[in-house]
Every structure is written in structure tokens, then in C-alpha cells.
Design a protein around this ligand. Structure first.
Ligand code: GDD
Ligand code: MG
Length: 334
């Protein structure tokens, strides 16, 4: 099975991190988000993924320079101007004439893709949308359905308190070729605002499956941080990284990390390869990327240090993401 992953957005809500790294390549607990997503797709037999690129495409080409992810073949399609979600899918799927899985490139989920495809097939749908339940649906596409899953309406980002249900578009779709060919080529088209609402004019085409599994859109700083803690807590059913060892409950350490004896790690915590935690430092509910440094006596609380970031002696961080190689040393002691 083939997949298209939409990774063309600019990730504006995650600036400044996304000025230099596109959102899908930002790590979640030390593994680039997109790799987590491709791993999930591969687990359901997806053997080829087309990455629909627009913003900072070179970063993806460099990251996956052998055009593979494990056994999965990768293809890159670059939009020279944003084509929107449906326009992007249409452009990326040029030449593909079979059923496709499509994913938003910022959704962390353990959705059972096999069950999802079976649901789609059983209803003879042209398109099926996966649904997740959230507290505040107004930031999402809201999707009321009949009891058999047929979609009644698709309302993208309704005003607060006007959403007809808490079930929202979770950003994974199964699409038949007929849907792809209905999208006008080379135009900016939104699947949420145009393609799906238009499909509702013909009953029996558009279905949606509710799923109670893990689901998170990582697109805001708060959610990006939450994703780290959820991965550390095993909510995706996997250890946070293949090489981390759990030294005590919730305290994961990668090979080559050095933690001074007098330092305190309060889980959930992940200390990346070659990272260093100085004497007397406290790292609590946080993630250190590879080679990150926490100075002596420093305190890191609910924060993320990306690869190579350095925090000086006796400095403290509280709900902060330090970008790659950033050095924070207000006291100038490190
Ligand atoms: N190729 C391409 N071209 N990709 C794009 C474009 C484009 O012009 N615009 C956005 N994308 C990609 C983004 O990179 C992201 O992976 C995905 O499409 C969705 O865009 P977001 O900007 O993250 O949208 P959202 O989070 O506000 O809303 C979408 O996702 C929600 C679930 O997380 C919608 O699909 C909502 O209906 C949905 O509920
Ligand atoms: Mg999003």
C-alpha cells in the first residue's frame, strides 16, 4: 500500500524552532517526528510513501538522502507554491492509480490502520476519515456522523461552542482514485473546506471511523511538549527509543550519556546519547537530546533540550524548548 504524507506546511505555530527545521523533522523524544510516523505506516505494510513538500524541502532530501526509510521507499514531490491539503495530495499522487492512505504530517497516533482500511472497504466508501475525540474541537475539522459512520457534515474550525460534536478529523484518510481525480490539478484546494464538503452532495461516498486510541496534533508548543511526555509514558506502546534503557521507572538513558552521581533524575526523563548532566543538577519531566549539556547545579523542569543544547551551571529552565546547539548561560559560568 502507498501513502502520501502532507509535510508542506510552514509550522508557524512552532516558530522559531521551525525557522530552521520543518515541523515533521523536529524530534519527539529524540526521534524525528516523521520517522515515528513512517515507522507506524510501515508496521501496517505501507511500502512506499510520497512526501508532499513545500516548506524547507532540502531538509527532507538531506535527512532521507538514500530515499528510503528502512524497507520503505520514499518519493519527494515539491510544491513551488502551496497547493493546500487537497491540491498537495493531488500533486503528490500524480501517476498513482490505486487506493491511498493520506496523513497530515504532524499527527502522532497509534490508529489501527488495518481496522481503518477494513472499515473503509466494508462500506464501499470513496473516502474515509479517521476521527479522534478532543475537549475543544474548535481548532479542528469537526465531523458529525450517522451510526454507520457516514459523514453528515464537515465543519473546519467552527467558532468556539458551535461545534456539533467533539469528534474531529484526526488527519488520516483512505482515498480511492476517484477522489484524487475529482481534485482539480495544479490549484490550491483544501480537502477540509472544499473536497470533503463537496463529497457530501453525493450520499454514500464519505465515511469516518471513530477511534479511541492515542492521538495528538503536535502543532503548538504545548502539544509538542506533551508529545514528549506521552512517548516517555509509553502511550504509543513502545519504549521511547530503541536504544534507551530504563534505569529506574520512567528514567530512560541512552548509551554514552554521563550523569553525575549527585545529579537527580525525576521521571519521566530521557537522557540522549552522549548528553551530560552535571553534579547536583536536577532534571525532571524533561528530555535531553544527543550531546545536550546540563551544567552543575542547574534545574531542568518540564523542558526539552534539543541536540547539542547547553544549559550553564546553576541556570534553570521551566517549560522551555532549547533549540539545537543553543547555549543558555545567563550567569556566564559555564
Ligand atoms: N504539501 C502541502 N501543501 N502540505 C500542506 C499544505 C500545503 O499547502 N498546507 C498544510 N499542509 C500540511 C501541513 O504540513 C500538515 O502536515 C497538514 O498539511 C495539516 O496542516 P496544519 O496546518 O497542521 O492543519 P491544522 O492542524 O490546522 O488542521 C488540520 O489537521 C487537523 C488534525 O490535526 C485539518 O486537517 C483539520 O481538519 C484536522 O482536524
Ligand atoms: Mg496540524
Amino acid at each position: 500500500m502507498k501513502a502520501v504524507v502532507l509535510v508542506g506546511g510552514a509550522g508557524t505555530r512552532l516558530r522559531p524552532l521551525t525557522f530552521s527545521t520543518p515541523k515533521p523533522l523536529l524530534p519527539i523524544a529524540n526521534i524525528p517526528f516523521l520517522e515515528r510516523q513512517l515507522h507506524w505506516l510501515a508496521g501496517y505494510g505501507v511500502d512506499e510513501a510520497v512526501l508532499s513538500l513545500g516548506y524547507l524541502p532540502e531538509a527532507f532530501l538531506e535527512h532521507f538522502s538514500d530515499e528510503r526509510f528502512g524497507d520503505m521507499k520514499l518519493r519527494f514531490v515539491i510544491e513551488h507554491e502551496p497547493l493546500g491539503t487537497a491540491g498537495g495530495i493531488r500533486f503528490a499522487a500524480e501517476g498513482i492509480n490505486e487506493r491511498l492512505v493520506v496523513c497530515n504530517g504532524d499527527v502522532l497516533t497509534d490508529l489501527d490502520l488495518a481496522e481503518f482500511v477494513t472499515f473503509h472497504e466494508a462500506r464501499g466508501a470513496s473516502a474515509t476519515i479517521s476521527l479522534a475525540r478532543v475537549e475543544n474541537p474548535s481548532a479542528f475539522g469537526v465531523v458529525p456522523t450517522r451510526s454507520d459512520g457516514e459523514v453528515i457534515a464537515f465543519v473546519e474550525k467552527p467558532p468556539r461552542d458551535q461545534a456539533p460534536t467533539n469528534w474531529i478529523n484526526a488527519g488520516t484518510y483512505v482515498l480511492e482514485p476517484s477522489v484524487l481525480s475529482s481534485i482539480p490539478p495544479r490549484l490550491n484546494v483544501s480537502i477540509e473546506r472544499e473536497t470533503f464538503p463537496r463529497m457530501l452532495e453525493h450520499p454514500g461516498q464519505l465515511y469516518a471511523m471513530r477511534s479511541e486510541g492515542y492521538w495528538l496534533d503536535i502543532g503548538t508548543p504545548e502539544k509538542y511538549f506533551d508529545a514528549h511526555l506521552d512517548v516517555l509514558a509509553g502511550q504509543l506502546g513502545l519504549p521511547p527509543t530503541p536504544t534507551a534503557k530504563e534505569q529506574s521507572p520512567g528514567v530512560w538513558v541512552e548509551p554514552g550519556a554521563v550523569v553525575e552521581d549527585s545529579a537527580t533524575l525525576e521521571g519521566p526523563v530521557l537522557i540522549g546519547a552522549g548528553a551530560r548532566v552535571g553534579a547536583g543538577a536536577v532534571v525532571r519531566r524533561s528530555v535531553l537530546g544527543a550531546g545536550a549539556v546540563v551544567g552543575a547545579g542547574a534545574i531542568v523542569h518540564e523542558s526539552v533540550l534539543l541536540e547539542g543544547a547547553r544549559l550553564g551551571d546553576r541556570e534553570s529552565l521551566d517549560r522551555v524548548v532549547l533549540g539545537d546547539d543553543v547555549r543558555l548561560d545567563v550567569g556566564g559560568a559555564a
